[in-house]
Ligand binder design. Structure first.
Ligand code: NAP
Ligand code: ZN
Length: 352
């Protein structure tokens, strides 16, 4: 079994330290790759800090993973040694249920005698052993759950596409962001800065709604036409009836969702992808006038993840990242929570 260096946290205080983990040799249909880069998603922080319920420790997070294939198991057809490869939030599913068959492996409900449902990239102990994620120098995975990273995408920036990219691409595609559509992205962090670039490349007229003005120049550079700051009084009121589609990426608990819903046009849709820790209060009556819709979206299937990677390559889209070392992970978590990251921390595993 390959032994590799990794960074783990031992409890919800998320003080990361270097450790060693054992990975399985690639079995039939599996690949083993050297992890080169791993993004820090806000979901890693929610998870490792126990904000979504208790986890087993030590935990090695990381579900935005980019690497180079180092070994292939028997029968592997999709990858060869030396290929650039990406893995996101899931590493297996039953492959037979109605959701797997429809390309939504993230909603796998399992099959009798097979996997009980989606296997998540880290901290999932469906088989009794918590899985380890991408803050490590290696990873073993079924080739079905790995994607090709196109050469056009600068490799050191690619990892965040595997979660932030697909999580925003999927609802933008489903709700038809495109020419003639006014799309607002709420919160411009890791997910939000990808949403702006993708929606603009799809041809939509993009607005960013941020807490303050500090990200305005970047938003325009990413392709937004308009920028609004909720810190300025009356901002949302002045936007009443403006947007066809809103994608909300905010992770905080205290957002005034009702005020955002009022900025939709009739027949507009508010899609949430942010995952706050606590329940939120919404005045549902705001949906009725104008037949508005409230929706959610969770990552995207594997085929759509490859489609998103190819879309980004074709449109010259890439995450804007700050490369950090293993020793910087602990501080990076606090910076993400304080909205200080521009716009995704990516761990260079060579620093381990
Ligand atoms: P992030 O980088 O921290 O970005 C969140 C952004 O929300 C911040 O940059 C900030 O943008 C805004 N924000 C933060 N606190 C706020 C507050 N109190 N009020 C209003 N806005 C606030 O996080 P991320 O990695 O993009 O993830 C965002 C959320 O999506 C997390 O909850 C994460 O767990 C979730 N997520 C969901 C999925 C899914 O499948 N649905 C996948 C991945 C992540 P501004 O500075 O522009 O205001
Ligand atoms: Zn994520």
């Amino acid at each position: 079994m390959p032994e590799v260096l990794a960074y783990a946290a031992d409890d919800t205080t998320t003080q990361f330290h270097r450790t060693t983990i054992s990975l399985r040799e690639p079995g039939p249909g599996e690949i083993y790759f050297d992890v080169k880069y791993a993004g820090i998603c806000h979901s890693d922080i929610h998870t490792a800090r126990g904000e979504w319920g208790p986890k087993k420790y030590p935990i090695v997070p990381g579900h935005e993973i980019a690497g180079i294939v180092a070994a292939v198991g028997e029968g592997v057809t999709k990858f060869s040694v030396g290929d650039k490869v990406g893995v996101g939030c899931m590493t297996n599913s039953c492959g037979q249920c109605e959701y797997c068959n429809a390309g939504y492996e993230q909603f796998c409900v399992g099959t009798e005698g097979g996997l009980p449902g989606t296997l998540w990239t880290y901290g999932d102990d469906a088989d009794g052993n918590p899985t380890a994620g991408g803050y490590a120098q290696g990873f073993t995975v079924s080739e079905r759950f790995a994607c090709h990273i196109p050469d056009e995408i600068p490799f050191e920036t690619a990892a965040p596409l595997l979660c932030a990219g697909i999580t925003t691409y999927s609802p933008l595609k489903r709700y038809e962001a495109g020419p003639g559509k006014k799309v607002a992205i709420v919160g411009m962090g890791g997910l939000g800065h990808m949403a702006v670039q993708i929606a603009a490349a799809m041809g939509a007229e993009v607005s960013v709604i941020s807490q303050g003005r500090s990200k305005e120049a970047d938003a325009l550079k990413f392709g937004a036409k308009h920028f609004y700051a909720t810190s300025e009084e009356g901002t949302l009121e002045s936007l009443a009836g403006t947007f066809d589609l809103i994608v909300c990426t905010v992770s905080a608990d205290d957002l005034d969702y009702t005020a955002f819903i009022r900025t939709l046009k009739p027949f507009g849709t508010f899609v949430d992808v942010g995952l706050p820790e606590h329940p939120s209060k919404i005045h549902l009556a705001a949906l009725c006038g104008g037949n508005k819709a409230l929706a959610g979206s969770q990552i995207g299937g594997i085929a759509q993840t490859q489609e998103m990677l190819d879309f980004c390559a074709q449109n010259g889209i890439a995450p804007q990242v700050e490369i950090i070392g293993g020793e910087d992970i602990t501080a990076a978590y606090d910076n993400v929570v304080a909205s200080k990251v521009r716009y995704r921390y990516v761990i260079d595993t060579a620093t381990f």
